[in-house]
Design a binder for this molecule. Structure first.
Ligand code: NAD
Length: 244
């Protein structure tokens, strides 16, 4: 139980990668505050299965004005978090010349600006506690770019800059900040892709299959635990060798 007695906040916890991270943390003994726009349909059963170690926060991270007050309230209720995972993310794909400003801005708001507001609020409290681990879920697209995803790629590249900068600002206070960059992972987000695009993607993956949310969760668990105690400001790709 590598996260025994730890308290974690995971955004976008209702499904996909965020849910796998939440499950992984609970299995390792953590108490988890999951955040999502709405409650998962099986929330009561999920909480019962964890013996009450899962809590739920309903919040829309697109409403930027409410992000800091909500997180501050939760910080008080939980008496601080040892681990933060900024996982919530959206796509609104289009070619650059066809993309509306609203779609560009919305993806930046949810994927990057909300993550900044949450990280800043939680990190302030971690400084008081002199320890903490923050993990941002970026994407290989944030490192290499992707035609048709200029907003998403910019947001994920921004998260990498945020990760490295915050790592530098908080390391002396005992806080570590790292990023995980998944490649092509089987989730609701990628299930919505056209079949042809999926096949082209698989052609570029040496391991010849999509990753699972659980495989991303293992990398997040590594950064959350003391196993990575001397690592900060890093980006770990979980991409089946897509860019090796
Ligand atoms: P998903 O669409 O299955 O889940 C996204 C989660 O974010 C959901 O729980 C959703 O409710 C939450 N969310 C979305 N908008 C929100 C908002 N406004 N407020 C609060 N919560 C909100 O996606 P996923 O595949 O599980 O992706 C999780 C993270 O991993 C995202 O940041 C995504 O960009 C990143 N990622 C995914 C892949 C992939 O192949 N699936 C690859 C690289 C990176």
């Amino acid at each position: 139980m590598v996260l025994q007695d730890k308290q974690a906040l995971v955004t976008g916890a209702s499904r996909g990668i965020g849910r796998a991270i939440t499950e992984g943390f609970l299995l390792e003994g953590a108490e988890v505050w999951g955040l999502g726009t709405r409650e998962p349909s099986d929330l009561d059963a999920w909480i019962a299965r964890t013996g009450g170690k899962l809590h739920w926060i309903c919040a829309d991270l697109a409403s930027l004005d409410s992000v800091e007050p909500i997180i501050q309230d939760q910080l008080k209720a939980a008496d601080g978090f040892d681990i933060l995972v900024n996982n919530a993310g959206i796509t609104k794909d289009n070619l650059a010349f066809r993309m509306s400003l609203a779609d560009f801005q919305k993806v930046l708001d949810v994927n990057l600006t909300a993550a900044f507001l949450i990280a800043r609020t939680v990190a302030r409290d971690m400084i008081r506690r002199k320890s903490g681990s923050i993990i941002n879920i970026s994407s290989v697209v944030g490192i290499h770019g992707n035609g048709g995803q200029i907003n998403y790629a910019a947001s994920k590249a921004g998260l990498i800059g945020l990760t490295k900068s915050l790592a530098q600002e908080t390391a002396s206070r005992g806080i570590r900040v790292n990023a995980v960059a998944p490649g092509f992972i089987d989730s609701d987000m990628t299930r919505a892709m056209p079949a042809g695009a999926k096949e082209r993607m698989l052609d570029h993956i040496p391991l010849k299959r999509p990753g699972t949310p659980e495989e991303v969760a293992q990398a997040v668990l590594f950064f959350a635990s003391d196993a990575s105690g001397y690592i900060t400001g890093q980006v770990l790709a979980v991409d089946g060798g897509m860019f090796c």
